[in-house]
Design a protein around this ligand. Structure first.
Ligand code: HSE
Length: 308
């Protein structure tokens, strides 16, 4: 007998400035929708009805290793059907591969009566991330599954810590339609960090975590500075320094690259300021003839979920 559900998983923003590969948060309202079914038999069938171009073969789709990992961990077997109904553009920097991977992991769990923990679902979703980017990082996958802000304290073993989301944390994010692959954006990073940069970076990570617990949004913004990845990656985003200068004039507290880019995001302590920052971002890319998608949202605690 066939069982069928529809599942949503949110977009997410990895790194949060200073937390390269160890911090990320989910963006509610934006994300992927999959319809998933399980029936007798085996094999995986995927149809892409999202209108967004994706790799065509089953083996090249991020949901495939996620489904296989789920089946291996649970010892189940079934024929799995996946219809991709809504999809964030790949290469956007707002966790496109993680949104599909998290939705697939959560959807499998729902179809089979929730045998796996949230933690194990993140492990499943990381298989999709690995296929897409060539690395097992969880800073998109964990918030896409769990929702809210997640710290990955360690990878071996995976140690996930959900951090508090202050009630007045808002975010403006723009996805300029230029393609930056995560693989490419990771390949250009140096393999070592000078000690004086490392010292500033871990001071900022501590400050960010502290600001989230105390609800000190000014501290959150002050701490969102990146000396590890941004200096090398900002070349992919036309006029990055100028954009940040203008965005900060709106009263936004920080502006950083979202994940590996090309999206950028700013945090603010009110919706009005986030909206003003998003207007500046639009003007910036309009002036350069680059199309985009833009959002101003409240950072929320909602992760992957069944919607039908
Ligand atoms: N932490 C990863 C990176 C996120 O910055 O490469 C990729 O979206």
């Amino acid at each position: 007998m066939e069982r069928k559900i529809k599942v949503f998983a949110p977009a997410s923003i990895a790194n949060m400035g200073c937390g390269f590969d160890v911090m990320g948060f989910s963006l509610d309202e934006v994300g992927d929708v999959l319809e998933m079914s399980a029936s007798d038999g085996d094999g995986i069938e995927i149809s892409n009805e999202s209108g967004v171009p994706l790799p065509e073969g089953v083996e090249d789709n991020v949901v495939t290793p996620v489904i296989r990992k789920f089946l291996a961990l649970t010892g189940r077997s079934a024929h799995i059907g996946v219809r991709i109904l809504h999809k964030i553009y790949p290469g956007s920097g707002i966790g496109s591969s993680s949104a599909s991977s998290a939705a697939a992991a959560f959807g499998m769990n729902a179809l089979f009566g929730y045998p796996l923990s949230e933690y194990e679902l993140v492990e499943c979703a990381m298989e999709g991330e690995n296929l897409a980017s060539g690395g097992y990082h969880a800073d998109n996958a964990a918030p896409a599954v769990m929702g809210g802000i997640v710290l990955i304290r360690g990878y071996e073993p995976l140690d996930l810590i959900k951090l508090p989301v202050p009630g007045n944390l808002f975010c403006a994010v723009i996805h300029p339609r230029i393609v930056v692959s995560t693989k490419q954006a990771r390949a250009i990073l140096p393999t070592a960090v000078p000690m004086h940069d490392a010292v500033r970076q871990w001071g900022n990570v501590g400050g960010l975590v502290s600001g989230l617990y105390s609800g000190d949004i000014a501290l959150v913004g002050r701490a969102m500075q990146d000396l590890v990845a941004e200096p090398y990656r900002k070349q992919f985003i036309p006029g990055f320094d100028e954009l940040r200068e203008h965005v900060l004039k709106t009263g936004a507290l920080s502006m950083n690259i979202a994940g590996s880019g090309p999206s950028v995001f700013a945090v603010a302590d009110s919706y009005g300021t986030a909206a003003a920052a998003s207007e500046i971002m639009k003007e910036h890319f309009d002036a350069r003839g680059i199309s985009y998608e833009v959002f101003a949202v409240k950072v929320s605690n909602m992760g992957a979920r069944v919607i039908e």
